[in-house]
Design a protein. Structure first.
Length: 235
């Protein structure tokens, strides 16, 4: 599993970002709605993006987060979504009590970094006490333009409205691993697909509207990768 540092509770926006019309359930070509962007390919159709920056140069804004985190921010329309965790196991701080562990989903303004809302999720215990490199908020959110979905390991999969209202929660397993969870959910049509190899040794597809399990493929152990979609036979 690649190590991703959780040591900087600060979100930094580069100086050039997209703008344009956007409506519910519709993504702009320049949106970055999931881990590694559209289709998980790590590429964008946006033009004029910064290619050189430093701690100050090329930075539009900086926003303090409630804690550490290792997820990638996603961009949908005029909003940025990112996760963080607090209360336990923060880098360079006393470990604290794991009962105080909280995970957070934040929505920020793309224009200026203002926090528009924050959703707090208590941890389902027992939880791993030995996560070091990537912490307890390593999974990147995903959005279809209408809802935002996030995976917090054995604490569950959550769907939130654009206004921050929790729509549903689904459990994909109760196991935990000393290295924690890091895979990010993806969307395909009406499905939210989650690599729950840590929690239940399976790949799980949920109905994105309700959180109901649509199918489950077992036999997957100790896998931290994010699923990707591959066309086969034109499908």
């Amino acid at each position: 599993m690649p190590a991703r540092s959780a040591r900087m509770p600060l979100l930094v926006a580069l100086a050039v970002y997209h703008s344009g019309a956007w409506s519910a359930a519709q993504l702009n070509p320049t949106d970055w709605p999931q881990f590694r962007g559209p289709g998980g390919q790590g590429s964008s159709a946006a033009r004029g993006v910064p290619i050189i920056w430093s701690a100050e140069k090329g930075v539009r804004w900086k926003a303090a987060l409630p804690g550490a985190g290792a997820s990638s921010p996603i961009v949908v329309g005029d909003r940025v979504y990112v996760t963080a965790y607090s209360g336990y196991g923060l880098p360079d701080q006393p470990r604290g009590e794991i009962s105080q562990l909280r995970r957070h989903l934040l929505c920020l303004s793309l224009a200026n970094g203002a926090v528009l809302w924050k959703a707090d999720v208590p941890a389902a215990l027992p939880e791993s006490q030995s996560v070091r490199e990537h912490g307890y908020a390593a999974s990147t959110p995903v959005s279809d333009g209408e809802r935002v979905y996030v995976f917090f390991g054995k604490s569950g999969v959550f769907a939130f409205s654009k206004e921050g209202r929790q729509l549903w929660r689904a459990s994909v397993g109760s196991q935990h691993h000393e290295w924690g969870s890091a895979a990010s959910p993806i969307l395909y049509r009406n499905l939210l697909i989650v690599n729950a190899s840590v929690e239940s040794e399976s790949l799980v597809a949920l109905d994105k509207s309700t959180g109901t399990v649509k199918w489950r493929a077992g036999g997957i152990k100790e896998s931290w990768n994010t699923p990707i979609l591959v066309p086969v036979g034109g499908k």
